[in-house]
Design a protein around this ligand. Structure first.
Ligand code: ZN
Length: 419
């Protein structure tokens, strides 16, 4: 076998990458061209079996950990060197697409296949990983497998999580044959990855809008999620004069408007969304006495998130007082803002430059497995455009040449750390 030098770096095989993506998308395919492979269902097992078959065919040594994360390892010339890893997830949303997550796993597989084609060995071992339940649709929390690997959740906590039917992660892992013997968070030979890279569709419109094939992901927005309950008094819509109402819906409406204003004041990285709302009694001729809604705030810095939190509390208290209602705000989820490791960000940028691929720095608005990995190993991400910026949807689409470009960048970035 030859050793790897920068000048002789091969290019990945775009057709093979595309056909593997299409083959995997047949498992759990939906009539409208999407994919439904919820975590730890029979469809997920079939998807896992398919990818494991491909891992083995590519010569990877496969191991499964106790929360169902699957690792394919390609030996390096120096067995004592810490591995360079890549991966993502293959579970999907209920009406998900072909590319979210799947692309990152199969781009990693394509890197290995390309090295195999050219008989190239790296100094450090390489690993391709798929993490259990990134989507968080059937089981919460999201990014479960990578979070456990990074030590944020214990394996016991993960295995006790249940879906709405009461089926637990632990039992479902056993049922589909993916409760492995490997302790979670351990890498063969001890230590941790030298670097972790994840290629992913952007899931937003920025790259497509700028007409660029590659996004150098410098970090991910922090997130703070809240459950809000506004309590007033239900009363008849006719006999109750406007001035004497305690209208929880009116208060909630002013609060929702405030969420939007607070996020706009934090441009360009602030985000504020109310995506869930429930009114009681939800009857056309009754003034609502109770309204529940969610708030999702995102920002690039913790200071920014703190400002949004403070502004929200002030605005909600004022709206509640104006409407003679009470408001209760509970923070339910928090992800700290993430800055990817400068070495990994630079490797991705250098790779895009070396390949003459137009690129820009971007920040991820969504959470990804790489955000958790970044807590235990230097990590970076590569984004490629997706059509109209749409994902978590059956119409999610991406161009073969963009997917190939991202995989070429991944190959170079990994080799920069492994050769
Ligand atoms: Zn994803």
């Amino acid at each position: 076998m030859n050793s790897v030098t920068a000048v002789t770096l091969p290019r990945i095989n775009p057709d093979r990458l595309w056909s593997s993506l299409m083959d995997l998308a047949r498992i759990g395919a939906t009539p409208r061209g999407g994919v439904r492979r919820l975590a730890l269902t029979d469809e997920d097992r079939q998807g896992r079996d398919q990818v494991v078959r491909w891992f083995r065919e590519a010569g990877l040594e496969v191991r499964v950990d106790e929360v169902g994360n699957v690792f394919g390892r390609r030996a390096g010339v120096d067995p004592s060197a810490p591995a360079v890893a890549t991966g993502s997830h293959i579970d999907t949303q209920p009406s998900g697409g072909k590319f979210d997550g799947n692309y990152g796993v199969l781009a990693g597989l394509e890197v290995v296949r390309t090295l195999n084609d050219h008989g190239l060995r790296t100094r450090a071992p390489l690993e391709v990983v798929f993490w259990t339940n990134e989507e968080g649709s059937r089981f919460t929390p999201v990014m479960m497998g990578s979070g456990a690997f990074a030590g944020l959740f214990t394996p016991e906590f993960i295995r006790e999580r249940a879906d709405i039917e009461g089926k637990t992660v632990g039992n479902e892992l056993t049922r589909i044959g993916y409760r492995g013997p490997q302790p979670c968070g351990q890498v063969p030979g001890g230590g941790m990855y030298a670097a972790y890279f994840e290629a992913h569709i952007e899931q937003g419109p920025v790259l497509e809008d700028a007409d660029l094939p590659i996004g150098i992901v410098t970090g991910a927005l922090g997130q703070q999620w809240y459950d809000v309950v506004v309590t007033g008094q239900d009363a008849h819509a006719g006999p109750t004069p406007m001035a004497l109402r305690r209208d929880a819906m009116l208060a909630a409406a002013r609060m929702i408007d405030a969420v939007n204003r607070i996020a706009l004041a934090e441009a360009p990285h602030g985000r504020g969304t109310v995506g869930f709302i429930q009114a009681e009694p939800n009857s056309r001729n009754v003034i609502p006495g109770r309204v529940r809604f969610s708030v999702d705030f995102r920002n690039l810095t913790q200071a920014g998130l703190d400002r949004m939190d403070a502004s929200m509390r002030e605005a909600f208290a004022m709206a509640a007082a104006q409407c003679q209602c009470e408001v209760d705000i509970a923070q339910v989820t928090k992800f700290k803002p993430c800055a990817f490791h400068p070495d990994c960000v630079d490797s991705v940028r250098d790779a895009a430059r070396a390949l003459n691929l137009p690129h820009m720095d971007v920040v991820s608005g969504a959470g990804h497995d790489a955000v958790y990995l970044n807590a235990v190993a230097p990590s970076g991400m590569i984004f490629v455009p997706c059509k109209d910026g749409i994902s978590h949807n059956e119409i999610e689409d991406a161009q073969p040449e963009h997917l190939a470009a991202g995989a070429d960048v991944l190959l170079r970035a990994m080799l920069a750390h492994a050769s």
